[in-house]
Design a protein. Structure first.
Length: 318
């Protein structure tokens, strides 16, 4: 049973070497536990300590467990301690491609505390952390599929560049977490894994991804993903509006100024002018059922903020 809670978002600056790793044998729950262990390691700040500690209730909260699952958690941590993985597949930073277990060991001690440690090779990467990606771990827990979580992690760092670059299909399968003996036929891989994975990432995360394939002869040999950031929702921007610009993340400052401009202009309009503006908007988009549906659901101002600032700017602000 999943808890109906909304825990505070967790942000992890995760080294890219352990984002771009072979996830073929890593289960979805194991990746979640690893990410929480990494988040706790950096949050505590004791980077030289071999033994790290975290309260089990914290794991339960962010895994959205309603009751104790200590035995299950310990079992999956044990698997992480024996599972050998290949990391840094894209060869980022100073580190080369290497192999390591993701945990060296773990045990539950008194008072609901979990003690754990990383392998020496992994601790070296974690301490250096010369290239990293900021991940929203709270969002990551919402993915139903490990493929979606892996695609999200491997693509989000490229959002400012706009695309991932070309990946060989064999490399892509490792990054996505598809085992060597699964979906050998590319059409089945595309239908059963790639398509639903892209749909879930685009539906849940703050980015959208679109695949592009390259062929060698008649065979699909490479894939590249175009990566874009979604316009922030009103729910995302609402708390931002309460902060001074200096306290707002760089990625949201422009949207904050857009939102303020829209609200100011609309608020200063006489009511008849506001009604005319809405009529103009409806006239321009009445033949677009998707836009009209979103307008009816979100309201005029909210929809302009999220989807049609360009229309508002062209008609009103120029």
């Amino acid at each position: 049973m999943v808890e109906q809670i909304n825990p505070k978002p967790l942000q992890l600056k995760k080294p890219v070497q352990i984002i771009h790793m072979d996830s073929s044998n890593i289960k979805h729950i194991q990746k979640k536990l690893l990410n929480l262990a990494l988040w706790n390691y950096y949050k505590k700040g004791n980077l030289d300590d071999e033994i790290q500690t975290i309260e089990l209730r914290v794991l339960h909260k962010y895994l959205r467990y309603q009751k104790s699952h200590n035995d299950y958690i310990l079992k999956e941590l044990k698997n992480l301690a024996v599972l050998m993985v290949e990391w840094n597949l894209l060869e980022d930073g100073k580190a080369r491609v290497g192999f390591t277990t993701l945990l060296a060991g773990a045990e539950i001690v008194d008072n609901g505390i979990l003690e754990y440690s990383f392998s020496p090779q992994l601790r070296k990467i974690l301490k250096d952390r010369d290239i990293y990606q900021n991940l929203n771990l709270t969002l990551s827990t919402l993915f139903d599929s490990k493929y979606s979580a892996n695609l999200y992690e491997n693509c989000v760092r490229f959002v400012e560049i706009g695309n991932t670059g070309w990946w060989e299909i064999s490399l892509f399968r490792k990054l996505l977490g598809v085992k060597a003996n699964q979906y050998a036929d590319f059409k089945r891989l595309k239908d059963k894994v790639i398509a639903p994975t892209i749909e879930e990432v685009n539906r849940i995360s703050e980015i959208t991804v679109k695949e592009i394939y390259r062929r060698t002869g008649r065979k699909v040999s490479h894939v590249r993903f175009e990566v874009k950031r979604k316009p922030p929702s009103v729910e995302t921007l609402a708390p931002v509006m309460m902060k001074p610009v200096g306290e707002v993340d760089d990625s949201l400052k422009f949207e904050k100024m857009q939102l303020e401009k829209i609200i100011d202009v609309i608020n200063e309009m006489p009511i008849p002018d506001r009604e005319k503006l809405v009529k103009r908007f409806l006239a321009d988009h009445k033949k677009n059922p998707i836009i009209m549906s979103m307008y009816r659901k979100e309201g005029f101002t909210a929809f302009l903020v999220q989807q049609r600032f360009d229309w508002f700017e062209e008609r009103v602000l120029k």
